[in-house]
Write a protein that binds this ligand. Structure first.
Ligand code: ADP
Ligand code: ADP
Length: 228
C-alpha cells in the first residue's frame, strides 16, 4: 500500500533527515515510527502526502509514485492528524467534522449525518459535543475531533503525527484504547509517529525504530520487547 524505495531527504541547509529508507506498509497495517526527536519520523510521514519531496528515491501509494500524483487528489486519499489539530474555531464540532464531506460534494444533511456517526465512532456524543465550539472541549476531546475529521473523507490511509502527544498520560491511554478499537473496525493503513516506545508497541502491528534518519529495527511488538 505504502512503499518507500531507497528514499533520502536532505534539506537545503544540508541536514539529512532521512537516509536511504526502504519500507513497505501493507494494506490495513498500522506501523508506528518511534525514536528520539529529530531522527526523521515526521519527514518520513510528510513525504507520503507530499508536504515534503524526497531528494532521491520514490514513495509509492498503491503502486503509484506520489511525485506524479495530483496533491489535492492525493490528500483526499490520506487523512492527516497532528499533535495540535487545527480545528476551525468558529465552527461547531459537528460542522468541523462535516466540512470535508461537504467539500467533496455531499449534501449538507448527508455530511452532518456522517459527521455524527464519526463523532460517535471516536467516543464523542454528537448530541452533546457536536454543537460545541473547539475551545469548549478538553484537549483529549479535540484530538478525537481531529481523528473524526481525518476519517470524514473515508481515506484508505491515515498519517498520524504524535496525535496523542499533547494530553496527559491517563487521557492518552484512553485515546490509545479507543483508537485501537476504532482501527479494528475501520482498518486503515496507518503510519503513526511517536517518541514514546510504550505507545509504539501498544499500537503498532509493526514498529519501525528510528535512529538518525534510518530505521534500525523493524519488527512485531513481541520481538521489539525481546520475546524469543
Ligand atoms: P522527528 O519527526 O523524528 O522529530 P524530523 O523529521 O522532524 O524528525 O526532523 C529530522 C531532521 O531534519 C532534524 O534534524 C530536523 O531539525 C531537520 N529538519 C526538519 N524539517 C526541516 C526543515 N524544514 N529544514 C531543515 N531541516 C529540517
Ligand atoms: P478527555 O478524557 O476526553 O480529555 P477530560 O477528562 O479532559 O476529557 O475532560 C472531562 C470533561 O470536562 C469533559 O466532559 C469536557 O467536556 C469537560 N471540559 C474540559 N475542558 C473544558 C473546557 N475548556 N470547557 C468546557 N468543558 C470542558
Amino acid at each position: 500500500m505504502i512503499r518507500f524505495e531507497r528514499v533520502t531527504k536532505r534539506y537545503p541547509d544540508g541536514t539529512t533527515a532521512v537516509d536511504d529508507l526502504s519500507l513497505d506498509v501493507a494494506e490495513g497495517e498500522l506501523v508506528t515510527l518511534v525514536g528520539p526527536s529529530g531522527c526523521g519520523k515526521t519527514t518520513t510521514m510528510k513525504m507520503v502526502n507530499r508536504l515534503v519531496e524526497p531528494t532521491s528515491g520514490r514513495v509509492l501509494l498503491d503502486g503509484e509514485d506520489v511525485a506524479a500524483s495530483d496533491p489535492v487528489r492525493l490528500r483526499r486519499r490520506i487523512g492527516y492528524v497532528i499533535q495540535q489539530v487545527g480545528l476551525f474555531p468558529h465552527r461547531t464540532v459537528l460542522d468541523n467534522t462535516a466540512t470535508v464531506p461537504t467539500l467533496l460534494g455531499a449534501s449538507k444533511a448527508a455530511a452532518r449525518r456522517r459527521a455524527a456517526e464519526l463523532l460517535d465512532l471516536v467516543g464523542l456524543d454528537p448530541a452533546v459535543h457536536g454543537g460545541r465550539y473547539p475551545d469548549q472541549l478538553s484537549g483529549g476531546q479535540r484530538q478525537r475531533v481531529g481523528v473524526a475529521r481525518a476519517l470524514a473523507a473515508d481515506p484508505p490511509v491515515l498519517l498520524m503525527d504524535e496525535p496523542f502527544g499533547a494530553v496527559d498520560p491517563v487521557v492518552r491511554e484512553h485515546l490509545q484504547n479507543e483508537f485501537l478499537r476504532l482501527q479494528s473496525e475501520v482498518r486503515k493503513t496507518v503510519l503513526f509517529v511517536t517518541h514514546d516506545i510504550e505507545e509504539a508497541v501498544r499500537l503498532g502491528d509493526r514498529i519501525a525504530v528510528y535512529g538518525a534518519g534510518r530505521v534500525e529495527q523493524l519488527d512485531s511488538p513481541a520481538r521489539i520487547l525481546g520475546a524469543p
